[in-house]
Each structure stands twice: as structure tokens, then as C-alpha cells.
Design a binder for this molecule. Sequence first.
Ligand SMILES: [Zn+2]
Length: 161
Amino acid sequence: MAKVETKVESFTLDHTAVKAPYVRLITEEQGPNGDTIANFDLRLVQPNEEAIPTAGLHTIEHLLAGLLRDRLDGIIDCSPFGCRTGFHLITWGNPGNDKVALALKDSLRAIRDDIEWEDVQGTTAESCGNYRDHSLFSAKEWCKTILDEQISTEPYERKVI
Ligand SMILES: [Zn+2]
């Protein structure tokens, strides 16, 4: 018997065949009480070519936690991939790729253009597990790079919104 039995969809994606940045629906699942949740792949940089350094990624994470919720209802969680190329977004219901992509694009634009250090939540020892590892400068530079490309809603072809 295999030591890990569950095949995880994310690991069956051919990471060499996709073109970042994009929004992709990973799964839509129904809970025992009938609620639907959706899990999205928010891929910000090209797998195996780039990776956002931890300080910038960490600051983007803290900012997306608020900015995405300001723009999209039903967000359960948005957490970075260990490979540092993007985020999982989990939502109640399925808002659809286009709505998610627009909310993501506008949030990244806000980070690039509007956000100041005072706007970053959770940057103290009390409110973050590694508060020294933040960089708004890096977050802004990466958002600039990501937004220079168009965020696609079809990872395998360039359907631009
Ligand atoms: Zn933190």
C-alpha cells in the first residue's frame, strides 16, 4: 500500500504547461450539509522559473487577507503555496474565475499603488508569527511585475480579462 493514499489534484497539474499569472478553479466541493466551497489556484509567477521571496510574499499574504475580502464576499482563506509562486483561495460558494481574477487584479494594483506601511495589518510580535520577515518594498515590486502581465482565467491559453 502506498504510504500516502490520497491523490491531491494540485499535484496532478502539469506545472510546465501553464502560463502565469492566472486564476484557476482547483475544486468545488459539497459539504455534508449541502454547502459548496471552492478552492482556487491564484498563480502569480511562473512555476519553476520564479518564486516570490518570503518577506514580500508574507506581506502580500497579510494584505490580500483584507484587500480580497473588501472586494469579494465569502472568502474563507487565502494562503501562500509552499513553492512561493502563488496562493490558494478558498471561498463559500463559487464566485467564478472572472470575479476572482478582477478582485485579485484590483488588490494587487492597490498594493502596488496605494498601500503604505501603516496599512499592513499584523506586523507586530503579538499579531504575526514572524513579524520581522515582511517587505512592503518587495511586495510592491512583485505586484508591479505580476501586473505587467495580464492575469488570465485560463491557465493553458491566454484568455485575458
Ligand atoms: Zn504573518
